[in-house]
Design a protein around this ligand. Structure first.
Ligand SMILES: [Zn+2]
Length: 119
């Protein structure tokens, strides 16, 4: 998948270079919601840790603090404690896998998120 990442990086770089200077303010306000998000599926039985590319909600007594647990494409488990989750499941900022050497870095949305906005 390295070639794919290189391609994505190249496209992003080209897009950045192609932007007219006076469009900067508009891009800044729009980019958060317009950015293509990777959907992370909801773990059907809420198992923690969830399978790769799935998420599970933290226990109701800790959800405000720890929010959700997800597993990256390479099987590493991470908690979205430091992230904000919006009403539609959009996570900000982007999710970087903390595992050393793991290339997972995505803008994600937790599919079927039903817990409202948690910041
Ligand atoms: Zn990882």
């Amino acid at each position: 998948m390295k070639w794919l990442q290189a391609l994505i990086t190249g496209v992003r770089l080209a897009a950045r270079l192609a932007r007219p200077k006076n469009a900067q303010a508009r891009i800044r306000t729009d980019s958060f919601f317009r950015r293509r998000r990777l959907d992370i599926q909801r773990c059907a039985d809420n198992t923690i840790p969830p399978p790769p590319m799935q998420w599970a909600a933290c226990h109701s007594s800790t959800i405000e603090r720890y929010k959700a647990t997800m597993t990256c494409a390479n099987g590493h488990v991470l908690t979205l404690q430091g992230h904000a989750i919006h009403r539609d499941g959009t996570v900000s900022p982007s999710v970087v896998c903390p595992e050393k050497g793991c290339p997972f870095h995505e803008y994600v949305r937790l599919a079927n998120w039903t817990f409202g906005r948690i910041t």
